[in-house]
Design a protein around this ligand. Structure first.
Ligand SMILES: Cc1cc2nc3c(=O)[nH]c(=O)nc-3n(C[C@H](O)[C@H](O)[C@H](O)COP(=O)(O)O)c2cc1C
Length: 183
């Protein structure tokens, strides 16, 4: 199989729940946001706003929220005294359904994935926390999100505090069908 930098980054990115407080540089942050900016969207509607949270009080509040909804990867928590709130940056991916009534969910997702991959390629890690229901309501309040706009994801970013276990995915033979779904 062909492998290259893109495929290696896609395969190597892992969700990380414990971060070192080491700062993310302005340059790194700019590159991550640039990756989000270049995400595709329906009719190039670009319905997103990236809220960059660096103020400690706010990111720790968001970190506590993400800790509550993060059920995956719990087995890898063996780093004491560190948490999601230690991530020096959290990017909230906010989307405006008025700008893209049909595909705002996908727009938020693809921008988030671009940024997660860019962070990974820079030696940083992230944790994609999906929003909705009570968690989104709380994040909206913390961040002062205007009525009508939605939070697609919270993405804490920082230097990982542990080496994650290798990822797991179903094999292509289970995922791919050719020409028609059945028959
Ligand atoms: C749309 C979306 C929402 C997610 N929301 C949560 C969440 O609420 N809680 C959680 O534990 N993990 C969440 N995750 C992270 C997944 O658990 C994680 O991506 C998955 O287990 C695969 O692991 P990996 O990211 O290390 O490859 C979310 C991921 C995506 C793409």
């Amino acid at each position: 199989m062909i492998t290259n930098e893109v495929l290696n980054a896609i395969r190597g990115r892992r969700s990380i729940l414990r971060f070192e407080p080491t700062p993310v540089s302005e340059e790194q942050l700019e590159a991550i946001l640039e990756a989000g900016r270049w995400a595709p969207s329906f009719a190039n509607s670009q319905p997103w706003t990236f809220v960059v949270v660096r103020e400690e009080k706010i990111r720790r509040e968001l970190g506590a929220l993400v800790e509550r909804i993060a059920f995956a990867h719990r087995g890898q928590f063996a780093v004491s005294g560190k948490g999601i709130g230690d991530a020096p940056v959290v990017i909230a991916v906010v989307v405006d359904p008025v700008k893209d009534p049909q595909h705002w969910v996908e727009a938020g997702a693809v921008a988030t994935q671009n940024m997660a991959l860019m962070a990974h390629s820079l030696g940083l890690a992230s944790y994609w926390a999906g929003m909705g229901g009570k968690s989104e309501a709380e994040a909206r309040r913390i961040l002062g999100i205007p009525k009508g706009m939605r939070i697609a994801a919270l993405l804490p970013i920082g230097r990982p505090a542990y080496a994650p276990k290798p990822g797991e995915r179903a094999p292509l033979s289970q995922l791919v069908r050719y020409d028609r779904f059945e028959g």
